[in-house]
Design a protein around this ligand. Sequence first.
Ligand code: ADP
Length: 192
Amino acid sequence: MSARLVLLGPPGAGKGTQASRLAERLGVPAISTGDIFRANITGGTELGRKVQEYTAVGALVPDEVTNAMVRDRLAQPDAAEGFLLDGYPRNVAQVAELDAILAELGRDLDVAVEITADAEVVVERMLGRAEIEGRVDDTEPVIRHRLEVYALQTAPIADVYAERGLLVRVDGLGAVDEVTERLLSALEPHVA
Ligand code: ADP
């Protein structure tokens, strides 16, 4: 079974939740750049110190830092049979970098899934989540900025994948289980 996926969608669309569920069902590791950055910040590593100033304000971490991290991660043995990338690529330059990384590894992407969600709904979700998880970038001004960065830099990459015939769009509204099932049915023709 090969399942090489990227998961796209605005902050708050439920990517993280769905990424771990899908990864489990598909038997591939979920690789979340946001989670890796947060773990490094909490752990006080050199990488964490480098990226903190960007994540705190909802700006993108410089591409050279993110790209190197993803390159290392995708070369790990557990990603050989597949992976689900959550939060990467996040701009057009990262799409090109992912192409290069996969070409070096002799692999192809199977599908890019975009979880769609209304901006006001995602702001409400993230403000609710802030009270539970305490993510420092879940304050209203930072959330608004992350959405702006998404619209300007990340949303255009869906078109790039659409042109390649790799894009699948799935509505992110509804119960978590419902969205998971919707995603799995949409993915089925692409992962075999
Ligand atoms: P969300 O999608 O909810 O905004 P993430 O957990 O995916 O949050 O990412 C949190 C932060 O980590 C981003 O705001 C950004 O600063 C940084 N980040 C994550 N992935 C990338 C990436 N591919 N390129 C640059 N920065 C990234």
